[in-house]
Design a protein around this ligand. Structure first.
Ligand code: MG
Length: 225
């Protein structure tokens, strides 16, 4: 699926997301600190660009067992070229650039599925649950991607505020690890996990997610079908 982010078009085949990659977020979820990266997949139907709405599905909104949808702001890497079985020292060669990503999550559904040993898949992959943008900043324009302030506001109020230096696994190690299992290709998106402060969104909310040196994406939450 081709998607235009800022002035650049990419053709991602998948979005790989890290779970529990900030110590403070692992703690707030009462999860173990992982010994190696924990990852899962989002599908490309989730992607929406800056300014487009996040759709809160009625199926979730009208069901008290499922009516919590959370924001997770994350630094995303866009992959530059085919990446398979690489070494961490080569990692940055495979980064086209960086963007702001929101890993929107149907939290109650995720937790209830996990509690009966089902995958997280459906809770992560509703349409519009992967906002990205506002542009792809070339990798060489950011000297240290692990020293960027990362922030999320709802209706102007700060909910997440951290720095990418608090990531447990850094980008080159993440790409080396992922590439053992999955062939990443040009345009694929790797989201590097969220800091603490995740919480619910509601129809009518306006979400602003920002990373210094990249920019801000702004999305209204609307109730869908
Ligand atoms: Mg996440």
């Amino acid at each position: 699926m081709t998607i235009k982010i800022g002035n650049k078009s990419i053709d991602p085949t998948k979005i790989i997301c890290l779970g529990r990659n900030y110590i403070d977020h692992a703690k707030e979820m009462e999860a173990q600190i992982p010994k190696s990266p924990v990852f899962f997949v989002k599908t490309v139907n989730t992607l929406v660009t800056n300014g487009n709405p996040i759709i809160y599905p009625k199926l979730l909104y009208n069901d008290e067992n499922y009516n919590r949808v959370d924001h997770e702001v994350e630094l995303a890497c866009v992959i530059s070229k085919t990446c398979k079985n690489i070494q961490a020292e080569q990692g940055y060669e495979f980064v086209e650039g960086y963007s702001v990503f929101l890993d929107i999550t149907a939290r109650k559904m995720q937790i209830s599925d996990r509690n009966i040993n089902l995958p997280w898949y459906r809770s992560k992959n509703f349409d519009s649950f992967g906002p990205i943008g506002p542009k792809i900043v070339p990798f060489d324009a950011i000297i240290d991607p692990h020293n960027l302030n990362i922030q999320l506001k709802i209706n102007g109020e700060t909910r997440q505020q951290s720095n990418t230096k608090h990531m447990i696994f850094k980008i080159p190690d993440i790409l080396a690890y992922l590439s053992k299992f999955i062939t990443l290709v040009s345009g694929d998106i790797v989201a590097t996990g969220t800091p603490s402060g995740v919480g619910p969104i509601q129809p009518g909310d306006t979400i602003e997610a920002s990373i210094t040196q990249i920019g801000t994406i702004t999305h209204k939450v609307i109730l869908g079908e």
